[in-house]
Design a binder for this molecule. Sequence first.
Ligand SMILES: Cc1ncc(COP(=O)(O)O)c(C=O)c1O
Length: 481
Amino acid sequence: MKYYNKLIFEISTKGRKGYALEQKALPEINLPQNLLRSSKADLPEVSEFDVVRHYTNVSQKNFGVETGFYPLGSCTMKYNPKINDELATLSGFANIHPLQPVETVQGLLKIYHETQNMLSEISGLAAYSLNPFAGAHGELAGLMIIKAYHEKNNDFKRNKIIVPDSAHGTNPASATVCGFDTVEIKSNPDGTVNLEALKAVLNDETAGLMLTNPNTAGVFEKDITEISRLVHEAGGLLYYDGANLNALLGKAKPGDMGFDITHINLHKTFSTPHGGGGPGSGPVGVCARLTEFLPNPIVKEKDGFYFFEDSKDSIGALGQFYGNASVYLRAYVYLMTFGKEHMSDIGPLAVLNANYIKDSLKDLFELPIKGYCMHEFVFDGLINESTGVKTLDIAKRLLDYGFHAPTVYFPLIFSQSMMIEPTEVESKDTLDEFIKIMRVVAKEAIEQPDMVKTAPHHTIVRRLDEAKAARQPIVKFKDIK
Ligand SMILES: Cc1ncc(COP(=O)(O)O)c(C=O)c1O
């Protein structure tokens, strides 16, 4: 094994140090007995240089949007502009303490307030709370609002949330966490909501419908106003899963389509980093009749003074303080960079890029939904099934060529789903290179199917047992006593 492929504990050498602090330079602190260690911490003993080399090498084993093309459908892996980082980490922001009096943080509160307002304008909803820490957390907030609304109307029977079978797994999961029963409805062959299936399940137990538009197959729900009418007529509320908002930016608003509640994934549409599961942000927005239920606190403004306000009917706070400040700041810079005039340039380019890839590969890959797509689309495996090469094999082989795999086996409505979302930030050269490699892999599937089925061959690790990795992850180097 190469020296720098070793784990940090493996390069530990007894007595080696990465710091030069004199013991006497440290202040004496008397800690209570119960907080004191009974034995020495078992930490790697390494020099500063060892640590720098180790982490630099580890970082190079990773794949990120800054290493290569990352067409992960539904995840909107767009470029995270460096100016966002630069401004969000200005010391005036970075050194603010969340418990500082509001008089001393007026600048930051103004930005929060403006961000709330910009999200309202973009989505056509009356008010936002920036409190939730992820898309799924925003979903939970939205569902808690749905629950609080029905309970306030003494409508305790409404315990069912409808989700289409194309929905992201977090939708039914959030509904369950919130104490609702989930009712799944079958989609049309093109992935859109089947109106007859919807009508069949709507009743006085319906709390709401969760929907993303464009849906997870990359198709715009053309019947959205009828869906909205049906759900509202049955007494339910309409929840917009904002994961696919990028396609509509500046062109159409969920509020105008009849949605009552939405979350927006700032780490998708508004270019903040996805960052290995965090820090994320999923602001939740509502129509006028639901504002009193938003999570506390909300930033308000009066006579140029910004302050936090709690609402008495609020579902409560979903996390400490106001949420993920460094994430809003990055999103704010992105919003201000484009401004109102250029916000609508984003969606059409994302749509153009997706259609370009789709059209260039449809002779080799099965296209279950014909016609134009929005910002993403789904292939259902190779047209030539005789090779036995599946979507997973293609995804793994792409890694050998330096491309991140598309989203695979989602949406669940197709058996070999491969969902591709290039976003608007990629050049035609990158798209052409990806198309070229997809064609190479399709050819390899015929000529060397076993090689493709055992890919990847050139990555740091070979094919892993993904189910085992998820269910029994080994997250530490050794047992620490
Ligand atoms: C359609 C859809 N809904 C919800 C989510 C959940 O968002 P998050 O990962 O921010 O929790 C995702 C995430 O990929 C998604 O694609």
